[in-house]
Design a protein. Structure first.
Lengths: 355, 355
C-alpha cells in the first residue's frame, strides 16, 4: 500500500470509551425517560465521541457532491444522457437542484467536487477542482481506470476533508452526481460483499425491465473481464469503480482521521464507504448511514457495513439529499445532549426507571 | 351528536383532486428522476392540497403540547409520580424539555395547552388555558369523565386550532404531556380497534414486567367496568380516555375544518387521532403520522388508521417530539415542490423515464 495511505489509516484511532460513558450519563440525567429519544440520543453521543470532546457542538455542516462521468454509459445502462452530469453541476452551482433546497432547509453548505466530469468548469465559488481524469473507461471492456488514478481519486477526497476541516466545518455529508454511476456501484457491492450482480443491481434513475437486465449483464461482464481482487479494495475501485466513489472513500477516510463524522448518503456513497471500510475497518465507527435508498441492492451493502440507516423515506436521488437530512438529525442529537435541562435543573421528580 | 360538532364535521371537505394533479405535474417537471424524493414529494403535495392552494407555503409552525392528569395513576401504572405533569409544564415554559430543543431546531413554536392538569398555572406566554377539569377520575373504577367533559375537551382542541389559525400558523403538530396517559391511550386503542389489551399496552415511560402486567389488567378492568361503545367515540373518550386525548382529537378536527395539516406524534396523539377519525373518517386525509413509536401497540393503531409513519427512530418521549420533526419534513416537501428548478429552467436534458 502507498505510504501516504498507510500513514492516514494508521492515524485513525479507536473511539474514546470514556467520553461515550460521560455522554451516556449526561443523557440519563436529562428530563425524559431514559433512552426515550432513541436514535437521536445515539447520534448526539456519536458526534461528541468522534470529535473526542464531550462539549463539542456542530459548527458548520457541508455536503460534498462528488461528480464524475462513466465510460460504461455507452452500454446503455442509464435513462439519462451523459451530458446531464455537467448540466446538473451547473444546476447545483445555481442552487436549483434537490440538494440545494434540502441543504438550505438543513443549514448546510453545498460544495461540488469535480473529481472526474468530462467537462471543464471555470473556477466558481461552490466548486472544488479535483479532477483526476475526464471520466472512466468502459469497465465492460477493461479496467475503469488505472490503479494510480484510483489512488488519486481517494487522495482527492482526503484533500477535501482536510481543506474543509481547516475552514471550521466539523460535520460532513457525502453525496454524488454522475450519470451511469449506479452501475459501477453495483459492481463494487458485488465484488466486496460477494453477492451476485442480480441481487445488487437496481433501476437507478428509472430504467425499464429490459434495460435492467442489460445493466445486470454489464455488471456481470465487468466483473468477469476485470476480475477485481476483493481483498484489495483499490483494485476493486480501479477496475469496476468510479472517480466519485473513490473521492467519497477518501472523504470518509479523511473525516475519520480528523475526528469528523461523515454522513453517508445512498447507493453510490455507500459504495465509497465500502471501499473505505475495506481499507480500514475501524472507519465503520466514524460514519453514519443516512437512509435506506429505494434502490435494490442498497440493503445488501448496509448489512455488510452493519449499519442501521436513520431514514426510510423511499428516496433514491443521490446528490447527498438523504445525507443532508442525516447531518441535520445528528446536529439535533448534539443539541439534545447539550441543551436539554437535567432533572435537577428543572426540579422535576425522577421516576423509578426500569432496568 | 351535538350541533356544533355536527356542523364542524360537515365543514370538512374531501381534498381537491385537481390541485393534487397539478402538484404532481410540477413535481415531475423538476430536475430529478420522477418520484426520487419519495415521501418528501408526497408531503409537499399533501401540504398544498390540504391548504387548497398550489402555491401555499408553510408560514408558521406550532406544536401543541396538550397536558392533563389521570386518576388511573392511583393504580400504580406509571414509573413517575403525578406531580411530574405540572413540573414538566414548567420545564416546557422555561424551554428545557426535549420538545423545546427539537422545536428550536425545526423552527416551530411550542404552546402548552392545559386541558386538565391538576394544578393552576398563572397566565404566561406559551400556555393556552383550556382547563376542563383537574384531571380525570380513575377509569378502573368508573368513567374517566362525564360525556359533557369529554365533549368540552374536544371543543377546546377545536378552539386551539381556530385561535392559532388566526395567528397565521398554517401547520400544526399534536403532542402530549400527562403522567399515566399511555394507560387510557391503550384502552382507547383496544376499544376502537377491537384488539385485546395485551396487544396494545406498552411500557410507557419505562415500567418493569410486573408493572406492565398490572397495567394490562388495569386496561382490561377499565374496559369491563365501563363497557365503552366502539361505535360512539365520545363514549370511548369519556369512559376510558383522557382530557389531552380529547383535546388532540379536537385539534385534528379543527385543523381539517380549516385546511391545516395536523402532524400526529406517537402513542397518545394517535389515540386522539383515532377518536377524531372515528367521528369523521374523512379526517384521515388531513393528518400525517410522524413516527412509529417504540411503544408496543402503536403499530396496531397506525394500521387501523392506514397511515405509514415517516420516521422510525425508536423515539417514545411524546411531547410532540416526533411530530415536530414531521412538520419540518412536511415543510421540506413544500420547499422541494416550490423551490427546485425544472428541467426547462435549468436546461438539463430529460431522461427517458420508465413508466
Amino acid at each position: 500500500m502507498e505510504e501516504w495511505l498507510e500513514h492516514l489509516i494508521n492515524s485513525i484511532t479507536p473511539l474514546d470509551e470514556g467520553i461515550l460513558d460521560m455522554a451516556q450519563s449526561r443523557l440519563d440525567s436529562l428530563t425524559k425517560p431514559r433512552g426515550s429519544l432513541g436514535m437521536l440520543e445515539e447520534l448526539g453521543k456519536r458526534f461528541v465521541v468522534i470529535r473526542g470532546d464531550l462539549g463539542a457542538r456542530v459548527e458548520k455542516k457541508v455536503v460534498f457532491v462528488f461528480a464524475a462521468d462513466h465510460g460504461v454509459i455507452e452500454e446503455g445502462v442509464s435513462a439519462f444522457p451523459k451530458e446531464v452530469t455537467a448540466q446538473m453541476v451547473y444546476n447545483f452551482l445555481r442552487g436549483g437542484a434537490g440538494i440545494n433546497v434540502i441543504a438550505r432547509h438543513t443549514g448546510a453548505d453545498v460544495v461540488v467536487v469535480d473529481v472526474g466530469v468530462d467537462h471543464f468548469f471555470r473556477p466558481t465559488p461552490g466548486i472544488f477542482h479535483a479532477k483526476v481524469r475526464m471520466g472512466t473507461e468502459n469497465m465492460a471492456k477493461g479496467p475503469a481506470m488505472t490503479r494510480e488514478d484510483a489512488l488519486e481519486s481517494i487522495r482527492m477526497g482526503v484533500e477535501v476533508a482536510f481543506t474543509y476541516a481547516a475552514k471550521d466545518y466539523n460535520l460532513f455529508a457525502a453525496g454524488d452526481m454522475g450519470i451511469g454511476n449506479t452501475t459501477p456501484s453495483s459492481a463494487v457491492f458485488s465484488a466486496i460483499t460477494g453477492k451476485p450482480p442480480e441481487e445488487v443491481t437496481g433501476r437507478g434513475t428509472g430504467i425499464d425491465e429490459e434495460a435492467l437486465q442489460r445493466k445486470i449483464k454489464v455488471v456481470r461482464q465487468a466483473l468477469e473481464v476485470n476480475r477485481p481482487d476483493p481483498s484489495d479494495s483499490v483494485d476493486v475501485l480501479c477496475k469496476v469503480g468510479g472517480l466519485e466513489i473513490g473521492g467519497i472513500a477518501g472523504l470518509v477516510l479523511g473525516g475519520a482521521a480528523l475526528g469528523i463524522p461523515v454522513v453517508v448518503d445512498g447507493f453510490i456513497s455507500t459504495a465509497g464507504a465500502l471501499i473505505a471500510v475495506s481499507l480500514c475497518p475501524r472507519v465503520r465507527d466514524y460514519i453514519v448511514c443516512a437512509h435506506r435508498s429505494a434502490a435494490l441492492g442498497h440493503e445488501v451493502a448496509l448489512s455488510w457495513l452493519g449499519c442501521r440507516p436513520l431514514l426510510n423515506l423511499d428516496m433514491r436521488l443521490g446528490e447527498g439529499t438523504g445525507a443532508a437530512i442525516g447531518m441535520w438529525l445528528m446536529e439535533l442529537g448534539e443539541r439534545i445532549l447539550h441543551d436539554m435541562a437535567t432533572f435537577e435543573e428543572a426540579q422535576v421528580a425522577e421516576g423509578e426507571e426500569a432496568p
